[in-house]
Design a protein around this ligand. Structure first.
Ligand code: 4FL
Length: 259
């Protein structure tokens, strides 16, 4: 996967890309990231990338010419024009299903706005899709772009040390994760559930499924209407379900169901 990022603050990406699993993925060649800044495409002495909004009002707007030139230069450097995504509070909210879909692309071009945003004509002419990471406002699209990149990168084959860990996690099956414990067996008066110490793999698996279902039912019951549930999960839920909670009883799709 290749990410092209367009940002007037390219330095924000340096530590993000040089630590931990993201750095390893780049080292392994699973991932390639290039950050292009509109400042390099300005033609005035002061390298001006923003300007005051027409019509007045607070804040600044990214100027169209350098931004468009940066997007076009980054696109032209690729054999196939990458899908262009503008990280924006006006976009559709990013979900794990969307992340999965994006992980199938060869390349993505992520456009980060700052201040009040971009000149609308750049969106109209050059953006394929707007994506939000949630209903709140931050200072710019850089952190949202990092969220999207990290979520997509972890689905690339070989990204995780142990490949199964990505699948088992929250949201992949449409359920919340079961609780995790490590040593010591007792901490401040709280014991680790006995089954996890028993060494019985089948019992552990069943306990974890039930814990996932119970958590999801308690915290995010609306997720159960869409989750990929095995017949065993549907049965276990029926035993704990509260009336009025919709549960998906269709057969698990490909990639299928929490055990
Ligand atoms: C982008 C917020 C995507 C949430 C300010 C500028 C934003 C954002 N998702 N806030 N861009």
């Amino acid at each position: 996967m290749r990410f092209d990022v367009i940002s007037i603050f390219p330095d924000l990406f340096h530590s993000f890309l040089s630590e931990s699993l993201m750095a390893k993925a780049i080292e392994k060649g699973l991932l390639e990231v290039k950050v292009t800044t509109p400042r390099d495409f300005t033609t005035d002495r002061h390298h001006t990338a923003d300007d005051r909004p027409y019509g007045g009002g607070p804040g600044m707007v990214l100027k169209p010419e350098p931004l468009a030139a940066a997007i076009e230069a980054a696109s032209a450097a690729r054999p196939v024009r990458p899908r262009r995504i503008f990280l924006s509070p006006s976009g559709r909210t990013l979900t794990q299903a969307k992340v999965k879909e994006l992980s199938q692309e060869d390349g993505l071009l992520l456009i980060c706005g700052r201040y009040e945003g971009l000149d609308q004509r750049v969106i109209d002419l050059l953006v394929d899709e707007e994506i939000s990471i949630g209903d709140y406002v931050v200072n710019g699209g850089e952190v949202p772009a990092m969220v999207l990149m990290e979520a997509v990168a972890r689905l690339l084959p070989g990204f995780m040390g142990k490949q199964e860990s990505a699948d088992e996690e929250s949201h992949q099956s449409g359920l919340l994760e079961y609780p995790h414990y490590t040593r010591p067996a007792e901490f401040r008066g709280l014991a680790v559930p006995d089954i996890l110490l028993s060494g019985n793999h089948k019992d552990v698996t069943e306990w974890r499924l039930k814990a996932s279902l119970a958590r999801t039912l308690a915290a995010r019951p609306e997720m159960l209407a869409a989750a990929d549930l095995s017949p065993e999960a549907v049965r276990a839920l029926a035993a704990m379900n509260r009336p009025g909670v919709a549960v998906n009883t269709r057969k698990p799709g490909p990639g299928g169901a929490q055990e």
